[in-house]
Design a protein around this ligand. Structure first.
Ligand code: AOF
Ligand code: ZN
Length: 356
């Protein structure tokens, strides 16, 4: 199953809104006969790729796959049918498919054909792998991660605004990998004006995510780097912004007018509108104000914090979540740490928000 997950990850950034899936076919002595993964949205599923890649007779062989094989006619015929047709005797599945047209039906089809089916191997890891897909089907909302790079005491800049570079190049490379994984990167007009980031993905075989800019009063310069259009760009702006003002920007930018709340874009509404644009996962790469807003509104699912072994001091720096206040430990927002990794001299900490 770990091999399936590893294979599935090769499809990162290419398969959304579909799931990441890997499949391995093996014999009774655990020799691998074939393997495959879902490579690109709309193309063959993992099981089909693994099955069609080999000329070996698959009768009596086993297949392991991280997601329940599908039972429906979609862009391709059902994988369950192909498994049955090839005479495979055993199917080992990481998790059931949350997609209601498949959920349980794939397993049923296989069992009815006399195939031995085992479900729930490394289920936690399989669910983590497809957390965007799960959130889409179970909640009809995009999965939202806040990414931040801080000192040991949680600061993202000094009081004079100096922030380059808190973390080292190993952390920054990891951010590039993240950008390849998410459908979109979201930032604020403030970050665009202050840092003029390009927010592109610059790793080998990477692809640029959609860039989303929240710009309530449309104050970002039209020639900001984020507006260089080598990927889809969405600007969410205030509902009262005139079309005249919008016309000054590139025609390739998709503008969405959104209701305001206390003078700012209403994040709950903005997130729904962004989801309607087909965005299933968002990496928030912004400053403390937007980070705070996403946490306050209970919209953040996940935090990725790159922590550098530096101490800035209490009153000197800007917190990654400035203005967020809790007066009792019992009232804190809590996270479940899902992974920690040392990168050169920094630590990458990943956690899921629990108090929602
Ligand atoms: C994939 N890749 O490897 C598996 C999937 O639109 P379709 O026909 O490609 O069907 C997509 C659905 O198929 C998807 O929502 C999921 O329920 C199921 N399994 N999908 O794209 C795969 N195994
Ligand atoms: Zn399938």
């Amino acid at each position: 199953m770990r091999r399936c997950i590893k294979l599935a990850k090769k499809g990162e950034g290419r398969v959304s809104p579909n799931p990441l899936v890997g499949a391995v076919i093996f014999d009774d002595d655990f020799n691998i006969i074939s393997e495959g993964y879902h490579q690109k949205y709309g193309e063959n599923h993992a099981e089909r790729n693994a099955i069609l890649k080999t000329n070996v007779d698959l009768k009596g062989k086993s297949i392991i796959v991280n997601l329940e094989p599908c039972s429906h006619y979609g862009k391709t015929p059902p994988c369950a049918d192909l498994i049955i047709e090839k005479g495979i005797k055993k199917v080992i599945i990481g998790m059931l498919d949350p997609n209601p047209i498949v959920c349980g039906n794939g397993v049923k089809k296989l069992k009815e054909a006399g195939i031995e089916v085992i479900v729930g191997i490394l289920e936690r890891e399989c669910r983590e792998l497809n957390k965007f897909f799960l959130k889409d089907f179970l909640e009809k909302k995009p999965y939202i991660t806040i990414k931040t790079a801080t000192t040991l005491d949680g600061k993202i800049a000094t009081k004079t605004g100096s922030s380059k570079w808190i973390t080292d190049e190993a952390s920054r490379l990891e951010v590039q990998k993240l950008r390849n994984r998410y459908d979109a990167i979201l930032t604020s007009s403030k970050t665009v004006i202050k840092d003029n980031p390009s927010l592109t993905c610059r790793i080998k075989n990477g692809r640029n995510p959609v860039r989303i800019i929240l710009d309530t009063n449309l104050t970002t310069p039209v020639d900001s780097k984020v507006y260089i259009d080598n990927a889809k760009i969405i600007v969410v702006t205030g509902e009262n912004i005139s079309d005249e003002k919008i016309k000054k920007y590139s025609e390739n930018i998709k503008f969405i007018k959104c209701k305001l709340k206390n003078g700012h874009i209403d994040l709950n509404i903005a997130v729904k509108l962004i989801y309607q644009e087909g965005i299933k996962s968002i990496l928030v790469e912004s400053g403390s104000i937007l980070n705070k807003a996403f946490v306050e509104e209970n919209l953040a699912d996940n935090l990725i914090q790159f922590i550098a072994p530096k101490i800035l001091g209490d009153k000197e720096g800007v917190s990654f979540i400035e203005g967020f206040e809790r007066f009792k430990i019992s009232e804190c927002n809590n996270l479940n740490i899902t992974s920690t990794k040392r990168l050169k001299n920094d630590i990458m900490l990943i956690g899921d928000f629990t108090s929602k």
